[in-house]
Design a protein around this ligand. Sequence first.
Ligand code: FAD
Length: 465
Amino acid sequence: MTDIAIIGGGAAGAAVFGELLRRPNRQGTIHWITGCIAPGRGVAYASRDDRHLLNVRAAGMGLFADQKDDFLQHASRSLGQAQGGDFLPRRLFGEFIEAQVNAAMSEAHARGRRFQVHHAKALAIHRDTAERYRVELEQGEALVVNAAVLAIGALAPRTLKTVSAEALGSGAYVLDPWSMDEPAQAPRRIVVIGTGLTAVDTLISAATRWPNAELAAVSRHGLLPFRHPDRPVAPYPFQDDLNTALLACDGVLPMMRLVRQALADPAGTDWRAVIDGMRPVNARLWEGLRVEKRLQFLRHVRWVWEASRHRTAPASAENIQALIESGRLHIHAARVLAVEGHGPLAMTVRSRATQLLSTIEADRVIQATGLDTAVAYARDPLLAQLLDDGLAIPDPLQLGVAAEPDGQLLDAEGRVQPGLYGIGSLLRGSLWECTAMPEIRAAAGRLAHMLDKPSEEQSEEAAAQ
Ligand SMILES: Cc1cc2nc3c(=O)[nH]c(=O)nc-3n(C[C@H](O)[C@H](O)[C@H](O)COP(=O)(O)OP(=O)(O)OC[C@H]3O[C@@H](n4cnc5c(N)ncnc54)[C@H](O)[C@@H]3O)c2cc1C
């Protein structure tokens, strides 16, 4: 009998839960500990703002790895029509996840599959015996399971060290761009810290919500995500050769050389095809890098990789471009040295180009620095307990928890924890590219397959029947 707890009510948790529900009947109960009341949407798909678009085309999105067109069909029914190449609102994908999970639950229920959804947070996981874990939930409930999957997403945003306590307490500094309150007075100057995908959506929302506000965004390189082409482009004809050569490289520099050559190849179609074509080998490339090479990548390549790999939908890019061209939005390549004051706030920055210091004043500063996976600094009670008890350890580069590529967590002795798994952002240290739906749904399928393997006990029972 295998009882399984899936911890986390975002898309990754939904994918693992749904995959397990869809499998042939086994004994044991599947527990989904969602931590929230609208499970499935998580951070990314809870947005109600239809200008917040998916950054993956409709044809690439889905919850279950083997159901390729389900999201597109759902979107077509919902909108009247949709094409595989469209970038649709994130809200729609949230609705789709809910519908998929509800359908999987009804079908599993009809088959007599046992499952429970707990709208509570998991606070601790203890090893009960060598093969069982005790998962403690809010309000004193506890579950004893054979396996637990951490699908808790990225960490809650942490205030940047450069923000003074006064600024933080002023109400003018917004730590979480997805839950912004309405200020008493419409802000006239807004500064967003960050220029990645979260910052793009934050700027688009702020521009509409406060139509008279001047906007600025600051990041070290001042680089906005590149945009997707309007329509899908043909694959790079020599992608397989390129990927094989990349896998044979020893280190980041030779990899970069090969990628640059491919980007400049006159036989290529569009540079974005080359980057996308690396997707199937990205995790293996990362796995093949020693820690110091990974560090080299993080220091020198990450900023441009992120902008090239995690691109923005064309409509979002056009929105931002229009704001820049109208003079409403200024992008600064600068390091934030201090955010002070009690409203308006004064932000001291050092320009990347000139190294000169300057001050930007703002009625509102919004932190939109994206994914944080530095678990050692997390205030999350579950992670803190797992680290304190040695059931998990931080990845050496603070990119989540240390884990095997299949998601099994490593303990403080570096041993694999049988039955304790992670999925999604927490595994950045071992997989690097593991945060978007195409990777998450594939990982969920593999994980469900591993978790659903009949135990020896089940095999013996089956043999005896
Ligand atoms: C704004 C934004 C837009 C994105 N857009 C796209 C996109 O268009 N396409 C794409 O492929 N990817 C996109 N992504 C990437 C995104 O990370 C994944 O698609 C996916 O949503 C990740 O889901 P998750 O479940 O891993 O994490 P999350 O969405 O963060 O969900 C984690 C959940 O776990 C819960 N939780 C945390 N701790 C506990 C606990 N102790 N007990 C119980 N529950 C807990 C949280 O409350 C949360 O509900 C986007 C990400 C963001 C932030």
